[in-house]
Design a protein around this ligand. Structure first.
Ligand code: SF4
Length: 190
């Protein structure tokens, strides 16, 4: 049987801990390093790992010690892209692949604000196609948009672009109708 922590368990876990050792800067990652690693292509490439400074993961699992290098509050908007830029400036070479670690889920919008995604994508040089499935109403407005493929850091920007798009209404026997389709956004580093 799988059991999950209750609020009482979390309080007990936190009561066993010593105080946080360090005061971290929300604009500086608490660690970063370069190493050689195998890439998806099969080749060995330089790989940069960045351990981001952020608020502690809310789950507070008993065996987890990531809390030691966390803050008590979420970092301000814009801090995560700055942390990535800071780490990249410390590396002796620009790594061919980048690994970003957050205490908890990177895709928790309470930890990594969605508004930071475009700057994080730029800093990480994320690029490529994102497919967005859309529904267009009788007036040509996009009323639903969902990214179905593509780099996770680029999906929010693609969905926002799709929702802002406007189309000529589609007519069937002279009557405007609702239609669905797929848009592909291509992101390129310039
Ligand atoms: S980071 Fe993972 S292991 Fe640590 S508390 Fe959160 S869910 Fe648990």
């Amino acid at each position: 049987m799988i059991s999950v922590s209750t609020d009482r368990d979390r309080a007990w876990i936190m009561a066993q801990r010593p105080p946080r050792a360090a005061t971290l800067d929300p604009f500086v990652p608490y660690a970063s390093f370069l190493e050689e690693e195998r890439a998806a292509s099969g080749g060995v490439v330089s790989s940069g790992t960045i351990l981001l400074t952020n608020k502690e993961c809310p789950w507070r699992c008993l065996m987890c010690d990531l809390w030691k290098n966390t803050l008590t509050e979420t970092v301000p908007l814009g801090a995560i892209p700055k942390q990535i830029e800071f780490a990249l400036a410390q590396f002796s070479v620009r790594p061919e692949q980048l690994k970003l670690y957050n205490s908890g889920s990177f895709f928790d919008s309470a930890a990594i604000p969605l508004a930071d995604y475009p700057d994080i994508a730029r800093a990480a040089r994320a690029q490529g196609d994102v497919d967005v499935r859309i529904v267009i109403d009788e007036g040509g407005n996009v009323i639903e948009a969902q990214a179905v493929s593509g780099h996770p850091l680029l999906r929010t920007a693609a969905v926002n672009a799709a929702l802002a798009a406007k189309f000529n209404p589609t007519r069937l026997s002279g009557e405007p109708v609702k239609v669905s389709g797929l848009l592909t956004y291509n992101f390129l580093i310039q």
